[in-house]
Design a protein around this ligand. Structure first.
Ligand SMILES: Nc1ncnc2c1ncn2[C@@H]1O[C@H](COP(=O)(O)OP(=O)(O)OP(=O)(O)O)[C@@H](O)[C@H]1O
Length: 610
């Protein structure tokens, strides 16, 4: 985003006169919004010593390298040889990891997470756990779960934890914001916690003066998590830092756009759990002295339907079957997502053992009832004003605005900023430094309005996102149905409530039947202009919404990129026939709401609570 307010007076294109600008600022602040923060995006900070500058304009050889808060450098628990079985507490780190202001907390509609039908397809019956304490977890991870203030397992956690502890491969499908990350991390970490000394690669002594070039080791992780976007990887890494606390397991993250050398230095200190985007992972896999997958016990694919999509075929084939990956029978594969078209489930099953377990919490691809959906007819040329009116007329709250293209993201961001609203934006033309900075500003409430392209629709978990606005709805022919589900799932996470407003007009008609069914399924009002799409007899058949194979998708990703490089408008998934027969031992269970205990009543205040 341009530093629009600061430059507005001089910007010929914007043509904003001083008085009008001040009035607009006043209007926005009277409505309760904080002041927009003009800040200048700098070029990406080079690696230390790359050219002697810190990457800012006018930098000279004398400028010291200013370390930037790259996500990969985030502090983690550093194990020391003398610790024995469990490391001592680290007060400062504990505060950062578990009591951070911006960590999402369960809301008072937590109980609603379990009011959906649960389908388990497997050869062996999985007995869901009723509490973390009864799950047979390693005592250290139990303590870490308590520090995370996770009181009750969510349904996907209740089924995944025992299934993985029992040694099964898995496909886990559950609604957005229902704790899938902890569902896959907890059992894998717990299983390995007591065995790290035996299974892990030798560690360097990283006491003061450690020199990664001379003393570093090759990273030989036991757990590999692959996710499509850099920001999502950083988020999973944060959860891993929490769950590995006080254990010998050392998590690392690798993603494109950030200094390669810094990430290699982190790996050289030892890495037991690696979270990575495919591009950077393949880069490291191509450097045998940096990374070996020979010790891997768990490969986890998050947003698995996206990762198995044709766009990623080359990368995923290399990751799943390439390199020096452990091919022994003790290597488990876990695949997770909130949406999972049948064609891709079928493909996924090829990577999994025959006795794998398939758990679906709710209809695959369903929207959570905690999201209030509002579809508004908005003519194409009136969207800008409609957006402003919406933002100015409602109590200010952290808001994510989705648009279809990078150009629109810049345009909408500049417009809002010039209207005195505190916005920033994120898309694939930004440097990684800018992307991380924008997200930090959004999380911290410095810029509580974030304009984003659809690629941010997956996985992001930001506290108190109260409102998601689809300025542009995703395109039906580009996997828009699934993208809609992921986008609006950025609000109402883990038992909190939220609002999703979508601007709809005649150009969105291909999505109309799907939106209508989703509204009906969630018991929400269907606006007049969607009444025509109400299914006859009231039967909600989502299978007829499944898309044919698509050959006209955007091209693949750059080696160092992530899903952001796959184009702005989402990806297309095609579905075909049924993934697998339900085996003999299969059962379908309606979740008993009692099973998960009472909801947590730490609801988050709605407005202006950055
Ligand atoms: N048992 C629990 N109790 C309370 N909070 C939890 C629990 N499990 C996870 N959380 C929190 O819930 C939030 C959402 O979890 P997560 O991001 O894993 O959701 P998700 O299902 O992967 O969503 P998406 O499909 O959008 O990626 C996180 O902030 C996480 O810390």
């Amino acid at each position: 985003m341009a530093d629009a307010i600061a430059e507005a007076a001089n910007t010929t294109g914007a043509q904003i006169d001083q008085r009008t600008k001040e009035q607009r600022l006043e209007d926005a602040q009277r409505a309760g919004w904080c002041a927009p923060q003009p800040f200048k995006y700098g070029p990406e900070v080079p690696e230390p010593g790359a050219n002697g500058t810190n990457g800012e304009e006018g930098g000279t050889a004398e400028d010291a390298y200013k370390p930037t808060p790259w996500a990969h450098d985030a502090e983690k628990y550093e194990w020391q040889e003398e610790y024995g079985e469990v490391g001592p507490r680290h007060e400062e780190l504990e505060k950062e990891l578990f009591r951070g202001e911006y960590i999402n907390r369960a809301g008072d509609k937590f109980k609603n997470l379990s009011t959906v039908k649960i389908i388990v397809e497997s050869e062996t019956r999985v007995e869901p756990i009723k509490s973390f304490k009864s799950a047979g977890l390693h005592p250290v991870i139990e303590e870490n779960i308590a520090l995370c203030t996770y009181e009750y397992p969510t349904p996907i956690q209740a089924y995944t934890i025992p299934a993985v502890l029992e040694g099964h491969d898995m496909i886990g499908v559950a609604q957005t914001g229902s704790g899938k990350t902890a569902a896959f991390l907890i059992p894998c970490i717990s299983k390995l916690m007591g065995k790290v000394k035996k299974l892990a690669a030798p560690r360097p002594n990283i006491a003061a003066g450690f020199d990664a070039t001379r003393e570093g080791v090759r990273a030989e992780p036991l757990i590999l998590v692959v996710a499509p976007t850099r920001e999502l990887c950083c988020q999973i890494f944060d959860e891993a830092r929490r769950l590995c606390y006080r254990s010998m397991l050392r998590p690392c993250v690798a993603y494109g756009g950030a200094p390669l050398r810094d990430q290699m230095n982190q790996l050289a200190r030892g890495c037991d759990l690696l979270v990575a985007t495919p591009g950077r992972l393949l880069d490291f896999m191509g450097r045998p002295n940096v990374l070996s997958l020979a010790r891997i016990r768990y490969t986890i694919i998050d947003e698995a339907d996206e990762m198995l999509h044709d766009d990623w075929e080359q990368e995923m084939t290399k990751i799943m079957s390439g390199g020096d990956a452990n091919t022994d029978g003790d290597h488990r594969y876990l695949l997770f997502s909130a949406t999972f078209p049948k064609r891709l489930q079928k493909l996924a099953a090829k990577f999994l053992a025959n006795d794998h377990i398939h758990v679906s919490i709710g209809r695959t691809g369903s929207v959570h009832i905690n999201v209030k959906q509002n579809i508004m007819w908005t003519d194409k040329d009136k969207k800008k004003e409609a957006l402003y009116d919406l933002l100015i007329s409602m109590p200010p709250s952290r808001t994510l605005v989705f648009v279809r293209s990078k150009k629109t993201a810049d345009f909408v961001d500049d417009y809002l900023f010039n209207m005195g609203l505190p916005s920033t934006s994120i898309h694939s033309d930004r440097t990684q430094f800018e992307r991380e900075d924008a997200l930090r500003a959004f999380k911290a409430g410095k810029s509580p309005i974030l304009v984003a392209t659809g690629v941010s629709g997956r996985g992001l978990d930001v506290r108190n996102v109260m409102h998601v606005i689809n300025f542009d709805l995703p395109q039906a022919e580009h996997d828009g149905r699934n993208e809609y589900v992921h986008r609006i799932g950025r609000t109402a996470r883990i038992g909190n409530e939220g609002l999703a407003t979508s601007f709809y007009n005649e150009y969105d008609e291909a999505l109309g039947p799907f939106l209508t069914k989703v509204l009906l399924e969630c018991g929400q009002e269907v606006p007049d202009f969607l009444q025509q799409f109400k299914p006859e007899g009231g039967v909600l058949n989502f299978e007829e919404e499944e898309e044919p194979d698509m050959d006209d998708e955007p091209a693949g990703n750059e080696a160092e990129g992530d899903a952001w490089d796959a184009g702005d408008e989402g990806t297309g998934n095609g579905d075909a026939d049924k993934v697998q027969d339900s085996g003999e031992g299969n059962f379908a269970a309606n979740a008993s709401t009692d099973a998960w205990g009472p909801g947590n009543d730490t609801a988050v205040a709605a407005s202006a609570n950055w």
